[in-house]
Design a protein around this ligand. Sequence first.
Ligand SMILES: [Zn+2]
Length: 125
Amino acid sequence: MADNRHRWYYLGHDRKPVGPLSLEDMLDAWIHGRIDAKTSCALHGADGWTNVGKTPPLDRFAQRIADGKLISYRCKCGNRIIMAASHCGSLARCKNCSTVFLVPDPPGRDEAPASPSTWPRQTEA
Ligand SMILES: [Zn+2]
């Protein structure tokens, strides 16, 4: 896990850096409101802090996150998967471990309790 995808940091509310995180973890934090477009972030080795909403490739996701069109799912293998909300309720496959899972609804929407046998167990606090 030492590739560049796991080298993101952001400044938390206490102004302390949080990280290193993968790009998917950054998007997850954004989707769940732990950070927003104005949060300071940096890629490992960057000269300084820039806003999440203006930093490539994060900036590409700004509008879709603001519109609630992206969701985040963590597979039981630990792989973080960012998907379009249009996939909610359908089946998807983890590229890391090939587990098939039911794509959950976006945060803040109806948390439809699917049958326990198919609903992915929530491992996130
Ligand atoms: Zn997996």
